[in-house]
Design a protein. Sequence first.
Length: 315
Amino acid sequence: MKIYILHENDEWTKPLLEALEEEGVPFEDWHLSEGTVPLDEAPPEGIYYNRMSASSHSRGHRYAPELTHTVLTWLESHNRPVYNNSQALNLELSKTAQYEALKAFDIPVPKTTAVLGNSQLIKAAENFGTPFITKHNRAGKGLGVHKFDSPEALKNAVEAGTIEQPVDGIMLLQQYIEAPDNSIIRCEFVGGKFLYAVKVDTSEGFELCPAEACDIQEQFCPADSPEPAAETTRPKFEIIEGFSSPLIKKYEAFLKANGITFAGIEQITDSKGQTFTYDVNTNTNYNPQAQEKAGIYGMNEVARFLKGKLETLLV
């Protein structure tokens, strides 16, 4: 038996494969940018880990999530163990689905309106309250995120064609939340349990992907910095020692209820001390510099978790 990794991004998956090799675990890489699904056959016995990303279309893999959904349906119909299952994929691909699922666990989310069509977007903004941001429903990598201080500014941007159109057609209007210290917190979970929290400096923009590969290869990757950081500048990603929050238990219950085994959940706290949760990343990545400094390694923990599940099957 093996561990099967389902994904569409080699750079993001490489650290996990290296960690599995270190653990001496047999694995197989399923790159789902294209492929076939033999529905009349049973899938191989083993452990399956879904790492499909909502931003796959930005890398030319427009239908990779749809293929992944077909694969997961096939696997689950044969009772194969799937970590980050089809429900997790549904939440990865829809911010609106995320918010409704989070609210079911009394987790505050920003005020949000989902819109289809530019004319409806302009109309919805008229009574939404300012400032606000736009963002894509199926997103990742900061796609479609723009801040506006008035409905007129949004209308001008729409008419100028400067707002990227969402791949699923659904644009979100969302309450703009400003953190006094220009930072957000990303809570990482492995095996459905809290691993650590990382503080992310957003002073250079709301660009939050922690993967090292993004810095080098992804033109619009959220971890990209327009200027080299000065020596006196605080780290962009910094693991918080001893982090605690009453939201952690709620997050863990939310993850368990929605078939999510591995995730990064992002939150922001405003000047009044109210914390809002605004994103769930089921294709979670880890920042190597922050982990090296803290001595905690997310992909190694993921590899050990999967190894343990595979060993259980082999008993």
